[in-house]
Write a protein that binds this ligand. Sequence first.
Ligand code: 2P0
Length: 329
Amino acid sequence: MKATALAHPNIALVKYWGKRDDALILPHQSSLSLTLSPLSVRTTVAFGEGADDEVEINGQVARGSERTRVLRVLDAVRAEAGGRPGPAKMVSRGDFPAAAGLASSAAGFAALAVAARAAAGLPADARASSLLSRLGSGSACRSVEGGFCEWMRGERPDGTDSYAVQRFDAKHWPELRMVVAILNRDEKEVKSRDGMKGAVDTSPYYPAWVRDAEEEVVRSREIIARKDLQALGELCERNAWRMHATSLAADPPLCYLLPKTLELIHSLKEQRRKGIPVWFTLDAGPNPVLLTDAAHEVAAEALARACGAIEVVRCVPGGDASLLTEHLF
Ligand code: 2P0
C-alpha cells in the first residue's frame, strides 16, 4: 500500500481568483493553465503505517492548515476505498529553486492525489485525481495532466463537476516558453487564499471579473489551437491585469506589484517594438512570468536579469503527473 507520484506546477493563463464555496474549493470562474516542466514535486504515500497520519513536506513535519489540507485529501481517498486503508505516512519533496515564485502547492497536491489513490489500490483516473487534488488546493486540479488544462467551474453544489481536463497536450506547442523572473523572494503578506476572499467579498469589480473569465477561457482555447503567440500574450496580460484590478479595488486594497514588477512589465512593450515576442502573466505576487518562444527565451532571460531578477527559471510545457517506482521512504 505504497505509491509515489511526480507532478509539475502550472501557471494560469486565464486565472482562478475567488471561491463560491470555501470548504469544497469551488471557483466562481473557469480557468486555463499550462503545466510547467522541469519543476516538479515527488510525493510518496503509504497506508497502514504507524498509529496516526504522518505528513512531511520538504523535510519538515507539516502542521496547522498545511496538515489539515493534506488530511482532507487522504480522508477522501480512505472514504472512496471503503475505509480500508489505515493511517497514512506521506513524504513530499519539491525540486523548486528557493521561492521559485511559483506555488509548489499545485504540484504537491496533484502528486499527493495520484500517489494516494494508487497506494489505496484505486484505479488510475485523471478526473478522480483532479477532483481529489482540488480539495487540497484549487489550482492543483490543473496539475494532474500536462499541457494546457481547463478547470471547469461546474454548477453542482457538491463540486462533482468542478475539475480540470486537458485541452491540448504538452506536444501541441513544444516551442512555447515560460520564463519565471524572480524579482523578490520575500514571503507575501497576504496569501492567495485570503487575497481572493477579499476580492470576492469587497471588490465592486468582482462580478465583471467573473463574467469576463468564462469568455476568455473560450478565446484562449481558440488561440492555443492555432498557436498564435501574440494573441495568447495579449490575452495573458489583460487577464493578469484584470485579476489584479479586482484586488486593487478591494477593501482594504491589495497590491501585489512592486516597483520592479512594473519596470519589467513596462519594458516589454519596447522589446516587442524591437521584434522580440514577449508578454507577461502575474500570479498573486510580484514575480512576472514571461511568455515567449524557444527562439527568444535567452533574450527574455536577459531582459529579466537587466530588470533586477535575482533568479530566472526557464520552463517548457510539462507532461502528466505520473507514478514512479522509486519511493521517498
Ligand atoms: C491560479 N492562483 O489560477 C491563481 C492565479 C494565484 C493567482 O490558484 O485557496 O493556491 O488553495 O485554492 O490554488 C493560487 O491559489 O488557492 C492560485 P487555494 P491556490 O493559479
